[in-house]
Design a protein around this ligand. Structure first.
Ligand SMILES: NC(=O)C1=CN([C@@H]2O[C@H](COP(=O)(O)OP(=O)(O)OC[C@H]3O[C@@H](n4cnc5c(N)ncnc54)[C@H](O)[C@@H]3O)[C@@H](O)[C@H]2O)[C@@H](O)CC1
Ligand SMILES: [K+]
Length: 514
């Protein structure tokens, strides 16, 4: 799903209005009807007090139009105009007049007003600011926002939590609504998925307001959201006459004394994601553990017992996943550097292999084009340097992936894969996956996908999704605390099956009664 910028959303509204020959007011009415239906479906006529806080722009206009629908259906409402600005939009004014025509008189709030009483059983509709916010709200508005947040009432945000910018971080953490739920229009917003800006709400949901399909199809976006629908289109079906050679040969390189497990997890990831063959190259101490844990994996060893000191293996791999448990021993660094000078096999680079590259940036130039790098935040910082905020991080990471022509996978709650200036934001996964070895499994999964013939960027996007989805399935029976990397690796098969599971068809009325 495409993630539009603020400018694109305004453009999409304009395009839709012209093409569908509707007025801006009619588009707002669609929005308001959808929000009203959402609330009505859930409230079913229940009568909690609904406080509607409306700004003076079109976000406020949405709020006023919802207020009218709620009043027409007998709900118990209180409307407030948060009068932070004199520049009211036409749509706001039209909807204000419609309210007044129905004898609904909003409370106009300014700096001098007392803060309204909100009980924790009440509902708040937050329509103070939408995507038009371009500077931090003034202090009395921030105070009001704080008051709303502290009420413990259920807060439903219209389009975005008021105070959230689309393209920069919040400077005053007191000047933003903490929403329970966001009803956002047509496209999710980038800020929902970044660690610094994604903390101001619990859930988001898209309302389809009928933005023109042609605009959506033809407009290129900098970021896409990746869910099941997107990855299903990437899936390469298995052929009837396939043999193990059809699906490639993954080689996992890593491991050291006390860290052989990392390579076992990565090998499991590669094997379970469908790699035809998997080999591992380890120091000698890894030979028995690997052969015992993974009978399917072929093993060769470096000369030394405790860490890799040479890359003299005799394995014709389709792709190499390197780094889990590798360590940064002087001899390992030297051997890895030498290996990079001649290697042409596609690489997935993780963990200590990334750290070695960070310590010697010249080595980055030796990576084969389209290598996949999978840093966690600390490893990313070592690679690209410090960033001032999440938006700055994305810019720096994008520049890095362009400079070194690589696929950069920024691991996090919403892992972002960057390639050729475009970002793919993952939606699967859960906090239980922040556990030892989870990244090693991911390295293996991406390696396994490349082995099967997926391009590196698709392998990364698909692999990240499937890895997260395996975590989501596994957590259902284990809970967040007990989820382990082995569980994730063992549930990859389930995640494949889940991809093709269709939602259950609703049962016919007669059958239910029988
Ligand atoms: N036809 C349309 O344009 C549609 C707009 N929609 C709604 O319109 C919203 C965007 O509306 P607007 O562009 O009017 O903007 P907002 O309603 O988000 O903000 C209102 C105005 O306040 C001013 N402002 C920004 N930051 C401020 C600050 N810190 N203090 C004081 N004033 C500030 C800006 O001039 C801004 O235009 C969307 O989020 C969505 O809710 C929807 O109704 C869909 C259709
Ligand atoms: K809002």
């Amino acid at each position: 799903m495409k993630i539009f910028t603020g400018a694109q959303i305004y453009e999409a509204d304009k395009f839709t209005i012209e093409k569908q020959q509707i007025t801006s007011d009619e588009l707002m009415e669609r929005v308001a009807t959808q929000i009203f239906n959402w609330l009505h479906l859930r409230l079913q006529g229940a009568q909690p007090k609904i406080h509607l806080f409306c700004g003076i722009g079109n976000n406020g206009g949405d709020g006023l139009a919802v207020a009218r629908h709620l009043q027409e259906h007998g709900y118990n409402i209180e409307v407030y105009i948060v009068n932070y600005n004199e520049k009211r939009t036409d749509e706001f004014l039209t909807n204000l007049k419609r309210l007044k025509d129905r004898n609904i008189w909003p409370n106009f709030l300014t700096e001098d007003n007392e803060l309204p009483q909100i009980a924790k059983e009440d509902i708040v509709l937050d329509a103070i600011f939408g995507i038009g916010l371009n500077r931090a709200p003034v202090s009395w508005v921030a105070k009001l926002m704080n008051h709303i947040n502290n009420s413990q009432a259920f807060i439903l945000a219209v389009d975005v939590p008021s105070g959230l910018f689309l393209d920069k971080v919040v400077t005053d953490p007191n000047a933003i609504i903490h929403a329970n739920h966001i009803l956002t229009f047509q496209s999710p917003k980038l800020a929902f998925f970044l660690p610094e800006t994604g903390i101001y709400f619990n859930q988001w949901e898209i309302l389809d307001i009928g933005i023109d399909a042609e605009y959506i199809a033809k407009t290129e976006t900098e970021f896409d959201l990746v869910s099941k629908n997107e990855v299903l289109q990437l899936y390469l079906p298995r052929e009837k006459f396939a043999h193990k050679g059809t699906y490639g040969h993954s080689l996992i390189i890593g491991g050291g004394y006390g860290k052989v497990g990392a390579t076992i997890l990565a090998s499991k990831g590669a094997l379970n994601s469908g790699s035809g063959l998997v080999s591992a190259y380890l120091p000698r101490c890894g030979y028995i553990p690997m052969q015992t844990a993974m009978p399917e994996v072929m093993v060769q060893t470096s000369k030394s017992d405790e860490h890799i000191t040479d890359f003299n293996f005799d394995i014709k791999a389709t792709v190499i996943g390197i780094g889990p448990g590798l360590g940064q021993h002087k001899e390992t660094v030297e051997a890895f550097s030498k290996f990079l000078e001649t290697n042409t096999t596609p690489l997935v680079v993780d963990a200590d292999a990334l750290n070695i590259l960070s310590n010697n940036k010249k080595l980055l130039e030796l990576l084969p084009e389209d290598s996949v790098l999978t840093p966690h935040p600390k490893e990313l910082e070592r690679l690209i340097g410090e960033w001032s905020n999440d938006f700055d991080k994305l810019e720096k990471a994008k520049a890095f992936s362009g400079q070194y022509k690589c696929v950069l996978v920024i691991k996090g709650a919403h892992t972002i894969t960057l390639y050729k200036g475009k970002g793919f934001i993952n939606t699967s996964g859960n906090p239980g996956m922040a556990t030892a070895g989870s990244g090693d499994v991911l390295t293996g999964v991406i390696t396994g996908f490349i082995a099967q013939g997926y391009s590196p960027v698709i392998a990364a996007v698909f692999g990240v999704y499937l890895h997260g989805s395996a975590g989501d399935l596994a957590v259902e029976s284990l809970g967040y605390q007990s989820l382990t990397a082995s569980n994730i690796a063992n549930t990859i098969g389930g995640a494949f099956i889940e991809l093709f599971r269709r939602p259950e068809a609703p049962q016919a009325q007669e059958q239910q009664q029988a």
